[in-house]
Design a protein around this ligand. Structure first.
Ligand SMILES: C[S@@+](CC[C@H](N)C(=O)[O-])C[C@H]1O[C@@H](n2cnc3c(N)ncnc32)[C@H](O)[C@@H]1O
Ligand SMILES: Nc1nc2[nH]cc(C(=O)O)c2c(=O)[nH]1
Ligand code: SF4
Ligand SMILES: [Mg+2]
Length: 221
């Protein structure tokens, strides 16, 4: 069973798939605790907030409500909504707290492409053809071997930054792991002007890419 916080259709607002109509499946639960996390409502999976799956589809506002669901129930729900998007983004919370292979296999079998958003703090369990976005949570739980596996599996790295220290942490990680990812995105934390200026400057200097959370500028989910 998967713990579902919400399912909704929107435009992917981050990194390589920016602009792609997508169905988001947001899973409940994350023990990592990033101070600037924009989805703190997903951290705990308290029984007090457990609801029917139907209540998690297109919530009117962020909430801690969540539902237990099988992979088949997720597909049935998505089919019942008549969404047009064929790209599915699995995020959270930390989705890698779950084995995502049965869910992704079923989605692929039903004609969807899949993308995972993960912090690299848990082992990644997805099929080969799932696009993996790793937003490395450096010095957080999981430890070096788990994070290194995630960095090697990643199709793209997306790193939220607010200050130079965050850039240096990423540089040190890449040097330490001796890896040169093809796609590195810097994402300004919470649309802060200083963070955005820094991200622009560093992206130009290092030939990295900028990801600006387009959905937040548009005022959509
Ligand atoms: C909410 S997380 C969920 C998936 C997973 N736990 C992770 O951290 O990658 C989705 C993405 O949003 C980023 N993010 C979270 N809060 C943010 C913020 N305030 N500003 C910019 N990016 C943020 C995360 O780093 C991650 O890339
Ligand atoms: N539109 C939109 N794009 C996103 N890309 C990553 C998101 C996430 O929360 O993981 C996200 C999100 O919440 N909304
Ligand atoms: S790992 Fe992801 S969901 Fe968890 S606290 Fe950090 S940004 Fe939020
Ligand atoms: Mg988000």
């Amino acid at each position: 069973m998967y713990k579902i916080n919400e399912i909704f259709q929107t435009i992917q607002g981050e990194a390589s798939f920016t602009g792609t109509p997508s169905i988001f499946i947001r899973l409940q639960g994350c023990p990592v605790g990033c101070s600037w996390c924009d989805t703190k409502q997903t951290w705990e999976a308290s029984d007090v907030y457990k609801v029917d799956l139907q209540k998690t589809v297109e919530k009117k506002a962020d909430s801690e409500l969540w539902a237990d669901s099988s992979a088949q129930q997720v597909i049935d729900l998505i089919e019942s909504k008549g969404y047009q998007a064929k790209h599915i983004v699995i995020t959270g919370g930390e989705p890698c707290m779950f084995d995502l292979i049965p869910l992704c296999d079923l989605l692929h079998g039903n004609g969807f492409s899949t993308q995972l958003e993960t912090s690299g703090t848990f082992e990644i369990k997805v099929p080969e053809k799932t696009w993996v976005t790793v937003s490395p949570k450096i010095n957080m739980r999981g430890g070096y071997p788990v994070l290194k596996q995630a960095m090697l599996r990643a199709n793209e790295i997306k790193h939220p930054i607010a200050m130079m220290k965050h850039v240096e942490e990423l540089e040190a990680l890449l040097t330490d792991m001796d890896i040169q990812p093809e796609l590195i995105y810097l994402q300004p934390i919470s649309q802060k002007a200083k963070a955005t200026r820094l991200a622009v400057d560093i992206c130009i200097a290092k030939n990295w890419r900028l990801s600006v959370q387009v959905h937040k500028y548009l005022g959509i989910n």
